[in-house]
Design a protein around this ligand. Structure first.
Ligand code: AMP
Ligand code: ZN
Length: 469
């Protein structure tokens, strides 16, 4: 299995640290808002990577964090007049709902930054003891970048270039830095912010340290795969390497995987540019499976442009696959005969060759685009070879094969159950009653349930209107 490694800029044969096991860490979102579909790209891509490893028989320990203490969370908490914890808990719950809709397997562990402070204090102390970090007069602790010889090896930057870029920049509040490249491990609290006691000051961690600590805590000093979006290569992942390798004295991650951006009008989709769609919004229009299928229709290292046209194409493509699967299921129930005919044996050979093509695509740095082409070919083969006269053995084998391959892509093959108008109207009435009783949590829950069933509500002056998405 070949994986493109950002560290070496080459595709490399995958060799796990421990036979049969994969230790994988994926940087997760900062939780202060509903996630947008750009954030969903790494979630879907690396979930598919994990599923492929599992398909190959590996046991995957998949760790992905939630950053639940951060400037943006604190800002939002102040705006709403609640504490930071309320904000992060709310958006972790919302994010998990989106992930479930996108059929992302729950991680082995989703650590929270605020629950790992002890480990962070330990690692920072180790870095200070080893001369890799220092506390400034105001209690800020910085990582001493010059001390770490490998700095820049992931982003392929050298320290001199970085240095010259910083020459004229003086940032207020960072007067205690020995060097402009040094980065924060721990910083003093500001008025109204959450804080923890530490040997240096009452304060909170810098962003990078949490991932080094969580990876160590749940996976160990050395891990197989570390992943995230390509915007994380520098400085986040570069700094993680510096922290982990300096503290642990061992190489950190063997393979660094980065997905390219999800763009809109050829610009990165991002919260700060305001050019984003939330997963929630898109799933009001499309079945979440369509979004997942769309994301996997391109190779993860290629930029992907989001457009209504491409989503429609994905919807049609997925429909073709699911209709083919429906037909197979129907035929499976209607056919008999436990032996394949010689013709079916031959077709089975063709299908096996297509399954190998699928695997070869996945083993070439997870080329899901080519893997999906192989699935289309298999569906075509099924459509042209399965009839009322087929043997049960052939139909059932082909269906199983397709289900397995689609399962790796996280595509569910059952068609959504038909939702009856009467059920929808009953649920809308229940929601109205909940709202009257000011039970807004229940009202939202019912709205959410309807959404999962593909029903969109609109509150208008004439009352509640609904439509099928
Ligand atoms: P953030 O919450 O911004 O730290 O992002 C969480 C994850 O989403 C990181 O792995 C980012 O690299 C990734 N990400 C954010 N925006 C995009 C985008 N437009 N396309 C692909 N990945 C993104
Ligand atoms: Zn991280």
């Amino acid at each position: 299995m070949k994986i493109y490694n950002t560290l070496t800029k080459r595709k490399e044969e995958f060799a796990p640290l421990e036979p049969g096991k994969v230790k994988m860490y994926v940087c997760g979102p900062t939780v202060y808002n509903l996630i947008h579909i750009g954030n969903a790209r790494p979630m879907i891509v690396f979930d598919t990577v994990r599923r492929y490893f599992e398909y190959k028989g590996y046991e995957v320990n998949y760790v992905s964090n939630f950053t639940d203490v951060d400037d943006k969370i604190i800002k939002k908490a102040i705006e709403e007049g609640v504490d930071a914890d309320t904000i992060s808990k709310r958006y972790i719950a919302e994010c998990k709902k989106d992930m479930e809709a996108l059929n992302i397997e729950p991680a082995t562990k989703n650590p929270l930054a605020t629950e790992e402070i002890c480990g962070m204090l330990d690692m920072i102390q180790t870095l200070i003891d080893k001369g890799y970090a220092y506390a400034a007069a105001d209690g800020t602790v910085y990582f001493r970048v010059k001390q770490f010889k490998g700095y820049g090896k992931l982003s392929h930057k050298n320290l001199e270039d970085l240095q010259s870029g910083f020459r004229e920049i003086k940032v207020t509040g960072e007067e205690g830095k020995e060097d402009p490249n040094d980065f924060v491990l721990w910083k003093p609290k500001k008025e109204g912010e959450p804080y923890w006691e530490s040997p240096w000051c009452e304060g909170r961690p810098g962003w990078h340290i949490e991932c080094s600590v969580m990876a160590k805590h749940y996976l160990g000093d050395e891990i197989d795969i570390h992943a995230g979006g390509e915007d994380l290569i520098f400085p986040h992942h570069e700094n993680e390497i510096a922290q982990s390798e300096a503290a642990n004295g061992k190489p950190f991650a063997r393979y660094w995987m980065h997905n390219a951006f999800l763009n809109i009008d050829n610009r990165k989709m991002s919260k700060s540019l305001g050019n984003f769609f939330t997963v929630r919004e898109v799933c009001e229009k499309y079945d979440p499976q369509v979004l997942r299928f769309f994301m996997l229709s391109a190779h993860y290292r290629s930029p992907l442009n989001f457009s209504a046209q491409l989503m429609e194409a994905s919807k049609n493509g997925l429909d073709r696959i699911l209709t083919g699967m429906e037909k197979l299921k129907e035929m499976e129930a209607r056919t008999a005969g436990e032996a394949m005919s010689p013709q079916e044996e031959e077709n089975r050979g063709k299908a096996e060759a297509l399954a190998r093509k699928y695997e070869a695509a996945m083993e070439d740095d997870f080329n899901t685009a080519d893997a999906i082409s192989a699935v289309f070919e298999l569906i075509k083969l099924a459509n042209s070879t399965v009839t009322e006269e087929s043997s049960h053995a052939y139909v059932s084998w082909l269906k199983g094969e397709l289900e397995r391959l689609l399962g790796v892509l996280g595509i569910r093959t059952e068609k959504k159950a038909e939702v009856l108008d009467a059920d929808i109207e009953r649920m809308i009435e229940e929601r109205q009653a909940a709202r009257k009783a000011k039970n807004f949590a229940l009202a939202d829950e019912i709205r959410g349930k309807l959404l999962e069933m593909g029903i969109v509500l609109e509150d208008t002056r004439e009352g509640v209107k609904w439509k099928r998405a």
